[in-house]
Design a protein around this ligand. Sequence first.
Ligand SMILES: CC(C)(COP(=O)(O)OP(=O)(O)OC[C@H]1O[C@@H](n2cnc3c(N)ncnc32)[C@H](O)[C@@H]1OP(=O)(O)O)[C@@H](O)C(=O)NCCC(=O)NCCS
Length: 155
Amino acid sequence: MKKLLIRSALLEDAQSLFEVHRNSVETLCTGDYGPDQIAMWLDGRSPATYREAIAAGNLWLAHTDRLQGFIEIDGNEISKLFVRGDAAGLGIGARLLNEALQRIKNAGHAKAYLESTLNAEMFYAAFGFQKVGEGTFSRGKSPVSIEIIKMELDL
Ligand SMILES: CC(C)(COP(=O)(O)OP(=O)(O)OC[C@H]1O[C@@H](n2cnc3c(N)ncnc32)[C@H](O)[C@@H]1OP(=O)(O)O)[C@@H](O)C(=O)NCCC(=O)NCCS
């Protein structure tokens, strides 16, 4: 892989973020969730979805000659982490997560929190995140929901 760089996302990255988000969900999450759940997850998203987090300086991305993955934080929460399907397993998620954890720690938080997809639980556990609960996530009025694992890490 070409050299990987991490930087804050800019508004002009919104379209690529949308594409990587969709690609990641459609390629890496289909083992644990069915077609209805994947469709619900992506329903209603557009490049505009990322604007607020970008403007707040809460979204970073990893890129080579193209966008490979991104991470978003909200307070002490890791609210999004998605890596392009064909770039998974190369250490990009770990690089992005380390960056976000450092930011959360520097902001004075004692714990980091996240709601993991079933497929990512072992990835976060390898960083020391511990399960603190279970829940479901749904969007809008959709009757479809996806199961998530609530996890915390002492910083
Ligand atoms: C989960 C995800 C972010 C991990 O990113 P990645 O770049 O593929 O992971 P990395 O290559 O950085 O892996 C880091 C370590 O975690 C391990 N790991 C990665 N994915 C794993 C998985 N699904 N299960 C178990 N271990 C995993 C790797 O083996 C690696 O361990 P090592 O350093 O001992 O080799 C990525 O696979 C992804 O985007 N998945 C789909 C979207 C998603 O579920 N995001 C989480 C939303 S909460």
